[in-house]
Design a protein around this ligand. Structure first.
Ligand code: RFL
Ligand code: PHB
Length: 390
């Protein structure tokens, strides 16, 4: 088999790039380790910035997102029993975010790939890139007992944090920066009316909580838990009781509870791998960087990688211009680090970590007091939350 661009990973990053390239006549193949059903069962992001939405439209996948997604012009931060609103629209110069689940967005991308007869190979086992520094790289994988091979010009590593692509870069080339937080988020999806039409990020001495949603009949809630906790250890009743405790009383009083449809724990981690290019391998999305979900930046950072990579590949194939590919890593990383900073800041301001001191708590109090008394601080939060320009 032969293609121009071999994309490892059929998550949102890989599928979006595949779709964009296909529409410009650039032949590509996506190799995904799991089945479509498995990928679509993962409940992850819920908040999209407009830059991402624009790319989805360009990829001819934005119709349902525009119909069913909700525009949010603000969110709340709860602290000391009070709700404080962050007016994104006012402080970002008229912008907003879109609440539309990653699951739905991935489904739209898969449907588009199918409609256009795009090549997506599922259940590809033992995927391995080869000869990445040569002009003729190739990728092998196993389908049952058979070993398959695809030759290509470029390999895109869009295979998430645990993928194989980043690990193919030699240790003496790759530099990894990491911060691990001593907590995770326990998330619950439930077919209940959301407690608030806008998201609530709640700071509480028992730990952080987040009230989010997928639609007006589907709620997504999270509570901060110790890393040692397990999903099995949290009954639905215990989850609802703990969430209620961490919300202002008037919010807790109107919380509608119900059976969980999905329940999972995600550890909090900040991570960046540099460079994002090695020979003819280009990393994108979670394969190169992850953030704690507090600032809703993860998927949105993947979108800017895909934007830069798409335009770099277009310039290469349409005009023989290699400058976009040459500059990809530096350009992508500049924006990635800003998302890292913002996610770290939101996380540190709103979580109660084991071992945090009275001094740490005073700084959090001051950060929040400053935020709600300064238009400049509000503008800084808003412009980061709606997404810095690509
Ligand atoms: P993904 O989604 O992990 O997809 C990678 C794909 O690669 C496949 N794969 C392989 N394929 C072939 N060979 C291999 N060896 C492979 N190894 C892995 C995997 O099966 C998978 O299908 O990475 P991608 O595409 O870069 O997308 C990144 C996003 O998924 C991630 O950044 C977001 O979900 C982060 N995130 C959020 N981001 C936001 O922008 N806004 C949010 O509101 C938001 N909320 C969240 C989040 C992440 C969360 N968790 C669970 C980590 C909330 C949570 C709870
Ligand atoms: C979500 O709805 O899953 C969500 C929303 C906002 C975040 C993180 C996760 O910051």
């Amino acid at each position: 088999m032969k293609t121009r661009v071999c994309i490892i990973g059929g998550g949102p990053s890989g599928l979006l790039l595949a779709q964009l390239l296909h529409l410009k006549g650039i032949d590509n193949v996506v190799l995904e380790k799991h089945s479509r059903e498995y990928v679509l069962a993962r409940i992850r992001a819920g908040v999209l910035e407009h830059g991402f939405a624009k790319l989805m439209r360009e990829a001819q996948c934005g119709e349902r997102m525009d119909r069913e997604g909700e525009i949010h012009e603000g969110f709340f931060i709860a602290d000391a029993g009070q709700l404080n609103r962050v007016d994104l629209h006012k402080y970002s110069g008229g912008s907003s975010v879109i609440v539309y689940g990653q699951t739905e967005l991935t489904r739209d991308l898969y449907d588009a790939r199918e409609r256009m007869n795009g090549a997506v190979i599922h259940n590809a086992e033992d995927v391995q890139p080869h000869d990445l520094t040569s002009a003729a790289p190739y990728v092998t994988w196993r389908a049952g007992d058979e070993v398959k091979r695809i030759d290509c010009d470029f390999v895109i590593g869009a295979d998430g944090f645990h993928g194989v692509s980043r690990k193919s870069i030699p240790r003496d080339v790759l530099r990894e920066y990491e911060k691990v937080y001593p907590s995770g988020w326990l998330g619950v999806l439930s077919r209940t009316k959301p407690v608030s039409p806008e998201l609530i990020y709640a700071r509480h001495e028992r730990g952080f909580a987040l009230c989010s949603l997928r639609s007006q009949v589907l709620s997504r809630y999270y509570i901060q838990v110790p890393l040692s906790d397990t999903v099995e250890g949290w009954s639905d009743d215990a989850f609802w009781a703990e969430l209620k405790r961490r919300l202002p009383a008037e919010v807790g009083a109107r919380l509608q509870t119900g059976p969980s449809i999905e329940k999972s724990i995600a550890p909090l981690r900040s991570f960046v791998a540099e460079p994002m290019r090695y020979g003819n391998l280009f990393l994108a999305g979670d394969a190169a960087h992850i953030v704690p979900p507090t600032g809703a930046r993860g998927l949105n950072s993947a979108a800017s990688d895909i934007y830069y990579l798409y335009h770099a590949l277009l310039a290469h194939y349409q005009r023989g211009d290699a400058s976009g590919l040459e500059g990809y890593s530096a350009k992508a990383l500049a924006r990635v680090w800003k998302a890292q900073r913002f996610s770290w800041w939101m996380t540190m301001m709103l979580h109660t970590f084991p071992g945090s001191s009275d001094y740490d708590r005073k700084l959090q109090d001051t950060d929040l007091a400053y935020l709600f008394s300064s238009e400049a601080a509000m503008s800084s939060l808003a412009e980061n939350y709606v997404g810095l320009p690509f």
